[in-house]
Design a binder for this molecule. Structure first.
Ligand code: ZN
Length: 60
């Protein structure tokens, strides 16, 4: 069963968004999506290489 890469909730409990990363399918739930967007380095243990991804610059 597919699970969120961050919180490991499965698709029976939360809707999961499908992503592609380094040739593999990964899944993340909406609650964890902000982590992927704003703090990608926090997911580096789940997604190797994310520690090098900078969040987008904000205007505010
Ligand atoms: Zn999650």
């Amino acid at each position: 069963m597919n699970t969120c890469l961050n919180c490991e909730k499965n698709e029976q409990h939360v809707p999961l968004l499908s992503l592609r990363y380094q040739g593999a399918d990964v899944f993340i739930c909406p609650q964890c999506l902000p982590v992927l967007i704003h703090k990608p380095a926090n997911l580096a243990d789940k997604l190797p290489g994310m520690e090098h991804v900078q969040p987008p610059k904000h205007e505010h």
